[in-house]
Design a binder for this molecule. Structure first.
Ligand code: 5GP
Length: 186
Protein backbone atom coordinates (compact mmCIF):
# COMPACT_ATOMS: atom_id res chain seq x y z
CA UNK A 1 0.00 0.00 0.00
CA UNK A 2 1.19 3.53 -0.81
CA UNK A 3 2.32 5.35 2.33
CA UNK A 4 0.30 8.39 3.36
CA UNK A 5 1.48 11.98 3.30
CA UNK A 6 2.72 13.64 6.48
CA UNK A 7 1.13 17.10 6.75
CA UNK A 8 2.18 19.78 9.20
CA UNK A 9 -0.41 22.46 9.86
CA UNK A 10 1.21 25.20 11.88
CA UNK A 11 0.68 28.86 12.69
CA UNK A 12 0.46 31.09 15.76
CA UNK A 13 -1.82 30.24 18.66
CA UNK A 14 -5.27 31.69 17.96
CA UNK A 15 -4.97 31.76 14.17
CA UNK A 16 -7.72 29.14 13.85
CA UNK A 17 -5.74 25.98 13.06
CA UNK A 18 -8.31 23.87 14.92
CA UNK A 19 -11.32 25.32 13.07
CA UNK A 20 -9.68 24.96 9.66
CA UNK A 21 -8.65 21.43 10.55
CA UNK A 22 -12.25 20.52 11.47
CA UNK A 23 -13.41 21.73 8.04
CA UNK A 24 -10.65 19.76 6.31
CA UNK A 25 -11.70 16.58 8.11
CA UNK A 26 -15.24 16.86 6.72
CA UNK A 27 -13.75 16.33 3.24
CA UNK A 28 -13.46 12.57 2.86
CA UNK A 29 -11.62 12.80 -0.47
CA UNK A 30 -8.55 13.95 1.47
CA UNK A 31 -8.28 10.67 3.43
CA UNK A 32 -7.01 12.43 6.56
CA UNK A 33 -6.18 11.16 10.03
CA UNK A 34 -5.42 13.41 12.99
CA UNK A 35 -2.37 12.87 15.14
CA UNK A 36 -3.57 13.35 18.72
CA UNK A 37 -0.93 15.19 20.73
CA UNK A 38 0.14 14.72 24.29
CA UNK A 39 0.24 17.74 26.61
CA UNK A 40 0.80 18.71 30.22
CA UNK A 41 -1.66 21.62 29.86
CA UNK A 42 -4.87 21.23 31.86
CA UNK A 43 -7.98 20.49 29.75
CA UNK A 44 -10.23 23.42 28.75
CA UNK A 45 -13.92 22.86 29.66
CA UNK A 46 -15.03 21.33 26.33
CA UNK A 47 -11.90 19.25 25.76
CA UNK A 48 -11.95 15.46 25.99
CA UNK A 49 -9.17 13.05 26.89
CA UNK A 50 -7.93 11.01 23.92
CA UNK A 51 -9.86 13.12 21.40
CA UNK A 52 -8.44 16.63 21.70
CA UNK A 53 -5.27 15.63 23.53
CA UNK A 54 -3.81 12.98 25.80
CA UNK A 55 -3.54 14.97 29.04
CA UNK A 56 -0.61 13.81 31.17
CA UNK A 57 1.53 14.86 34.13
CA UNK A 58 4.96 16.36 33.51
CA UNK A 59 6.74 13.22 34.79
CA UNK A 60 4.93 11.02 32.27
CA UNK A 61 5.73 13.41 29.44
CA UNK A 62 9.41 13.49 30.40
CA UNK A 63 9.42 9.71 30.49
CA UNK A 64 8.17 9.66 26.84
CA UNK A 65 10.94 12.10 25.87
CA UNK A 66 13.58 9.93 27.53
CA UNK A 67 12.31 6.80 25.83
CA UNK A 68 12.42 8.53 22.41
CA UNK A 69 8.72 7.97 21.86
CA UNK A 70 7.95 11.46 20.55
CA UNK A 71 8.41 12.49 16.91
CA UNK A 72 8.76 16.08 18.17
CA UNK A 73 7.96 18.07 21.27
CA UNK A 74 8.15 21.61 22.56
CA UNK A 75 7.54 23.66 25.64
CA UNK A 76 4.92 26.28 24.82
CA UNK A 77 3.86 28.95 27.36
CA UNK A 78 4.83 26.76 30.31
CA UNK A 79 3.49 23.40 29.12
CA UNK A 80 4.84 20.49 27.12
CA UNK A 81 3.21 19.47 23.83
CA UNK A 82 4.38 16.54 21.70
CA UNK A 83 3.52 14.05 18.98
CA UNK A 84 3.58 10.33 19.89
CA UNK A 85 5.56 8.74 17.05
CA UNK A 86 4.06 5.24 17.01
CA UNK A 87 0.55 6.29 16.05
CA UNK A 88 1.79 8.58 13.23
CA UNK A 89 3.86 5.76 11.69
CA UNK A 90 0.98 3.33 11.93
CA UNK A 91 -1.47 5.69 10.21
CA UNK A 92 1.03 6.57 7.46
CA UNK A 93 1.65 2.90 6.73
CA UNK A 94 -2.12 2.38 6.48
CA UNK A 95 -2.06 4.97 3.67
CA UNK A 96 -3.67 7.77 5.67
CA UNK A 97 -2.59 11.39 5.18
CA UNK A 98 -1.67 12.37 8.71
CA UNK A 99 -2.18 15.91 10.00
CA UNK A 100 0.03 17.26 12.78
CA UNK A 101 -1.46 20.49 14.13
CA UNK A 102 1.54 21.83 15.99
CA UNK A 103 3.40 25.00 16.93
CA UNK A 104 6.56 26.25 15.27
CA UNK A 105 9.39 24.71 17.34
CA UNK A 106 7.92 21.25 16.85
CA UNK A 107 7.25 21.89 13.15
CA UNK A 108 10.91 22.80 12.62
CA UNK A 109 11.96 19.51 14.29
CA UNK A 110 9.71 17.48 11.97
CA UNK A 111 11.00 19.38 8.89
CA UNK A 112 14.56 18.41 9.84
CA UNK A 113 13.64 14.74 10.33
CA UNK A 114 11.13 14.43 7.47
CA UNK A 115 12.02 16.88 4.69
CA UNK A 116 9.34 15.27 2.48
CA UNK A 117 6.56 16.45 4.84
CA UNK A 118 4.00 18.86 3.39
CA UNK A 119 4.30 21.99 5.53
CA UNK A 120 1.58 24.63 5.70
CA UNK A 121 1.62 27.78 7.82
CA UNK A 122 -1.62 29.63 8.58
CA UNK A 123 -1.39 33.38 9.14
CA UNK A 124 -4.05 35.76 10.46
CA UNK A 125 -5.28 38.57 8.18
CA UNK A 126 -3.68 41.01 10.67
CA UNK A 127 -2.09 40.99 14.12
CA UNK A 128 -5.05 42.97 15.52
CA UNK A 129 -7.39 40.24 14.34
CA UNK A 130 -5.20 37.58 15.99
CA UNK A 131 -5.35 39.47 19.29
CA UNK A 132 -9.13 39.71 19.00
CA UNK A 133 -9.37 35.94 18.42
CA UNK A 134 -7.09 35.03 21.34
CA UNK A 135 -8.98 37.34 23.70
CA UNK A 136 -12.31 36.03 22.38
CA UNK A 137 -11.58 32.61 23.87
CA UNK A 138 -11.89 34.10 27.38
CA UNK A 139 -10.35 31.02 28.94
CA UNK A 140 -6.97 32.45 29.88
CA UNK A 141 -5.53 34.97 32.31
CA UNK A 142 -4.24 38.29 30.92
CA UNK A 143 -0.65 37.25 31.53
CA UNK A 144 -1.09 34.08 29.45
CA UNK A 145 -2.83 36.06 26.68
CA UNK A 146 0.13 38.47 26.55
CA UNK A 147 2.59 35.61 26.49
CA UNK A 148 0.69 33.94 23.62
CA UNK A 149 0.65 37.24 21.65
CA UNK A 150 4.34 37.79 22.20
CA UNK A 151 5.02 34.25 21.07
CA UNK A 152 2.76 34.70 18.03
CA UNK A 153 4.80 37.55 16.56
CA UNK A 154 7.97 35.42 16.84
CA UNK A 155 6.17 32.45 15.29
CA UNK A 156 4.91 34.48 12.31
CA UNK A 157 8.52 35.47 11.61
CA UNK A 158 9.32 31.82 10.73
CA UNK A 159 6.65 31.50 8.01
CA UNK A 160 9.16 31.34 5.13
CA UNK A 161 10.41 27.98 6.42
CA UNK A 162 7.13 26.41 5.24
CA UNK A 163 6.32 25.17 1.74
CA UNK A 164 2.95 26.99 1.77
CA UNK A 165 1.56 30.02 3.62
CA UNK A 166 -2.24 30.42 3.73
CA UNK A 167 -4.14 33.42 5.15
CA UNK A 168 -7.01 32.46 7.44
CA UNK A 169 -9.39 35.33 6.79
CA UNK A 170 -12.41 33.17 5.97
CA UNK A 171 -12.33 29.60 7.35
CA UNK A 172 -14.01 27.98 4.35
CA UNK A 173 -11.75 29.73 1.85
CA UNK A 174 -8.65 28.75 3.86
CA UNK A 175 -9.95 25.16 4.02
CA UNK A 176 -10.45 25.09 0.23
CA UNK A 177 -6.94 26.41 -0.42
CA UNK A 178 -5.41 23.80 1.87
CA UNK A 179 -7.51 21.00 0.38
CA UNK A 180 -6.19 21.98 -3.07
CA UNK A 181 -2.61 21.97 -1.78
CA UNK A 182 -3.08 18.51 -0.26
CA UNK A 183 -4.65 17.08 -3.44
CA UNK A 184 -1.75 18.44 -5.52
CA UNK A 185 0.74 16.75 -3.20
CA UNK A 186 -0.85 13.33 -2.76
P1 5GP B 1 -3.27 25.01 22.94
O1 5GP B 1 -2.83 25.13 24.35
O2 5GP B 1 -3.87 26.29 22.40
O3 5GP B 1 -4.14 23.79 22.67
O4 5GP B 1 -1.96 24.75 22.06
C1 5GP B 1 -0.88 25.63 22.10
C2 5GP B 1 -0.03 25.43 20.87
O5 5GP B 1 0.58 24.13 20.89
C3 5GP B 1 -0.83 25.51 19.56
O6 5GP B 1 -0.08 26.29 18.63
C4 5GP B 1 -0.93 24.07 19.15
O7 5GP B 1 -1.06 23.92 17.74
C5 5GP B 1 0.39 23.53 19.62
N1 5GP B 1 0.44 22.06 19.74
C6 5GP B 1 -0.58 21.20 19.94
N2 5GP B 1 -0.12 19.94 19.95
C7 5GP B 1 1.21 20.00 19.72
C8 5GP B 1 2.26 19.02 19.60
O8 5GP B 1 2.06 17.82 19.68
N3 5GP B 1 3.50 19.48 19.38
C9 5GP B 1 3.79 20.80 19.27
N4 5GP B 1 5.06 21.13 19.04
N5 5GP B 1 2.84 21.75 19.38
C10 5GP B 1 1.58 21.36 19.60
Amino acid sequence: MKKGLLIILSGPSGVGKGTVREELFKDESLNLAYSISMTTRKPRPAEREGIDYFFVEESEFEDKINKGELLEYAKFVGNYYGTPQFYVEQLLSEGKNVVLEIEVQGALQVMAKRPEALTIFLVPPSFEELERRIRGRRTEAEEVVRERLNKASKEIATKDEYKYVVVNDDVLIAKEKIAQIILENI
